[in-house]
Design a protein around this ligand. Structure first.
Ligand SMILES: *Cc1c(COP(=O)(O)O)cnc(C)c1O
Length: 386
C-alpha cells in the first residue's frame, strides 16, 4: 500500500468498535480484571495500567510504525522526550556519543547538562561529514545521532554514507544510529529504510499540525525495541488520551497538508532568493541550496520550514520588520497550519562547525494560507529595509 492509503487506514479497526470510523479514546488509569485469575495474568491483557497505553493510543502507535516501516513505535510526551529517552536507552556511564552539530538545540542541552552528569561524553560532528564519521568513532562510541536537514541551517546529511561507515567501523559491536526526522516526517524520508536504527520525531510539528498538542514518537525494529521499551517504562512517561486522539486525526490529513506547506515554502524561498536584501536562503528543495543534490536523491518532498539570512540590517530594522508582518505569527515551534516567522541565532549553537554569515537570520514556517497573500505580507514588511 502507498503511504497516502496507509495514512487513511493505518491503526483503524472500526468493527471492533461499533463500526465507528475512529478508534475510541480511553480515559483510563486503573484497568479492572473480572476474576482473580485474570488479575494474575494481567500481563497478557491488552492493557493492565493506563500508563503503559490503551487500545486508543496503541492504534496511533501502530499507524506511525506502519508509515515508518518499523516493527514498533512508542508515543512519548514530546519530541524532546523522544530525544532523551532514545539516548538514555542506549548510553551508559563511560560511553561516547557522536552528535550532529546542527541538532535541535535542546538536544544539545540534553548532552551537555544531562548526559555529562551520567558520565557520558559527547563529540559534536560536522553534519556534512559523510563517511568520514569513521575517523571520530572511538572504542567506546555507542550512539551516532543524526538530524537532517539540520535545525536552523538545514544542512542535508548523507545518511546512507554515515550509517554504512558507522556499521563497518563498529564491526561486531552494536553502534546504534538515531535520527531526528521531524522536518521531513516519515512521508518524505524513512530513516529505517536508510539503515538508521531508531527514528524519532516531534509529533507536535506536522503530524499534530494544528499548534495544539505536544507529543513525540520513537520507532525502531525488533532488535532495538527492548531497550527503548524498558527505558520509557522506567522513566514513567505517559501520554494523554485526547492529545493522542488529536495527533491521530492530524495524521489522516498529513499528506494533503504537507503538499501545501511544501508548495508555499518553495514559493516563498524563490521569492526571497530574488530579493536584493537577502544573502542566502536555506531550503534544500531550492535548486541553489548546497544540500539540493542529496535532498533530491533521498527525500520524497519538501516541507514548510526554511531559513534566510539578510545581507545586513540594524536591530531596529529587524524589529520593525517583524512588527510589520500581519500574517506571520511570532512564536516558537512550527508545523501548524498558520505561518510563523522568527529571528534565529545560529553561531552560539555550533561548536564543531563555524557559522560565518554576519547578517541577521530568520526562520519561516510556511502555513496553509494562500501563498500570494504570504508574499504580499513579506513584500510590504521588506519595505523597512529600504
Ligand atoms: C521541535 C523539535 C523537537 C522537539 O519537539 P517538542 O515536541 O517541542 O518537544 C525535536 N526536534 C526538532 C527537529 C524540532 O524542531
Amino acid at each position: 500500500m502507498k503511504d497516502d492509503t496507509k495514512l487513511v487506514h493505518a491503526g483503524r479497526a472500526p468493527f471492533e468498535n461499533v463500526g465507528a470510523v475512529n478508534p475510541p479514546v480511553y480515559h483510563a488509569s486503573t484497568i479492572l480484571f473480572e476474576t482473580h485469575e485474570d488479575l494474575q495474568n494481567h500481563r497478557s491483557a491488552p492493557t493492565y495500567y493506563g500508563r503503559h497505553g490503551t487500545p486508543g493510543t496503541d492504534a496511533f502507535a501502530r499507524a506511525i510504525a506502519d508509515v515508518e516501516h518499523a516493527d514498533h513505535c512508542v508515543i512519548v510526551p514530546s519530541g524532546l522526550a523522544a530525544i532523551s529517552i532514545s539516548l538514555l536507552s542506549f548510553l551508559k556511564t563511560g560511553d561516547h556519543l557522536l552528535m550532529v552539530d546542527t541538532t535541535y538545540d535542546p538536544a544539545r542541552s540534553v548532552c551537555d547538562q544531562l548526559l555529562t552528569r551520567c558520565g557520558i561524553e559527547t563529540t559534536y560532528y560536522d553534519p556534512l561529514i559523510g563517511a568520514d564519521i569513521k575517523s571520530l568513532i572511538k572504542p567506546n562510541t555507542r550512539v551516532v545521532y543524526l538530524e537532517s536537514p539540520g535545525s536552523r541551517t538545514f544542512e542535508v546529511q548523507d545518511v546512507a554514507a554515515i550509517v554504512s561507515a558507522t556499521k563497518s567501523t563498529a564491526g561486531e559491536r552494536d553502534i546504534v544510529t538515531i535520527m531526528d526526522n521531524t522536518w521531513a516526517t516519515p512521508l518524505y524520508f524513512k530513516p529505517l529504510d536508510f539503515g538508521v536504527d531508531v527514528s524519532l520525531q516531534s509529533i507536535t510539528k506536522y503530524v499534530g499540525g494544528h499548534a495544539d498538542l505536544l507529543l513525540g514518537t520513537i520507532s525502531c525494529q525488533a532488535k532495538h525495541w527492548p531497550a527503548i521499551d524498558r527505558t520509557r517504562r522506567l522513566m514513567g512517561n505517559s501520554v494523554g488520551a485526547d492529545d493522542v486522539y488529536l495527533a491521530q486525526r492530524g495524521l489522516r490529513s498529513l499528506s494533503a497538508r504537507l503538499k501545501v506547506h511544501g508548495q508555499n515554502a518553495l514559493r516563498i524561498a524563490e521569492w526571497l532568493e530574488r530579493r536584493k536584501e537577502v544573502q542566502r536562503v536555506m531550503y534544500p528543495p531550492l535548486q541553489s541550496d548546497p544540500g539540493h543534490g542529496i535532498w533530491r536523491r533521498d527525500f520524497a518532498g519538501g516541507t514548510g520550514l526554511l531559513g534566510f539570512v539578510l545581507k545586513t540590517a540594524s536591530e531596529g530594522q529587524v524589529s520593525a520588520f517583524q512588527d510589520a508582518l500581519t500574517l506571520f505569527g511570532m512564536g516558537f515551534s512550527w508545523g501548524g497550519y498558520e505561518s510563523l516567522l522568527i529571528p534565529i541565532d545560529i553561531a552560539p549553537y555550533r561548536t564543531a562547525t563555524q557559522w560565518k554569515a554576519t547578517g541577521p537570520a530568520f526562520r519561516i514556517s510556511a502555513g496553509l494560507e494562500d501563498p500570494d497573500d504570504l508574499i504580499a505580507d513579506l513584500e510590504a514588511a521588506f519595505a523597512v529595509f529600504a
